[in-house]
Write a protein that binds this ligand. Structure first.
Ligand code: ADP
Length: 164
């Protein structure tokens, strides 16, 4: 089966260079990529869903076949109602494998939605949003970890939480 439209789901709190690497590579392989921000647990995060979407839109604006959306509830329902035939996920290390395998098998069982895995770029295999937030909180250098506009938004958010 040819995959036309795929989804890259995640929390993206905030989007990192590791996410962006997967999104770019997915956009080279598939006709359309929808990056979807999961809103179920978003209230426990640092950025609001709207802020995450707006950062994703900014950093993917040079990729014409990439769009950004949100989902609440089950990802497979989003896929079904948006004509998405496969989910694309990045695998960083063995530690990602067990959880991702479980989700992939359950999503297939629920809705026959396939999951395609791409191995992380070794430059970013240690990179996750929570680590970026922690490094930024304590004043560490995150320049090579997130796109420039995200670094700016992160610094502003940490300097004045709730006002950004
Ligand atoms: P996290 O909070 O761990 O950064 P998300 O829930 O936003 O991640 O991740 C969404 C998807 O992006 C997952 O499939 C995850 O494996 C993938 N991903 C996250 N960081 C990276 C990375 N550094 N390299 C490759 N894939 C990644």
């Amino acid at each position: 089966m040819r995959v036309g439209r795929v989804a890259c789901p995640g929390s993206f709190d905030p989007v990192t260079n590791g996410h962006l690497d997967i999104i770019r590579r997915a956009a080279l392989l598939h006709d359309e990529v929808i990056v979807v921000v999961g809103a179920n647990l978003a209230k426990h995060g640092l950025f609001t869903v709207e802020e995450r979407v707006s950062m994703l839109e900014e950093v993917t604006s040079d990729l014409p076949n990439v769009s950004v959306g949100t989902f609440r509830g089950l990802l497979v329902d989003f896929c079904r109602s948006n004509g998405v035939s496969a989910i694309v996920k990045g695998l960083r290390a063995v530690s990602d494998f067990e959880y991702e395998m479980e989700m992939a098998q359950m999503n297939y069982r629920l809705a026959q939605i396939e999951t395609l895995f791409m191995t992380a770029n070794p430059l970013y295999s240690f990179l996750r949003s929570s680590l970026v937030r922690e490094i930024a909180t304590y004043g560490g250098d995150i320049t090579s970890l997130v796109p420039g506009p995200v670094e700016k938004r992160l610094r502003a958010k940490l300097a004045a939480p709730g006002q950004d």
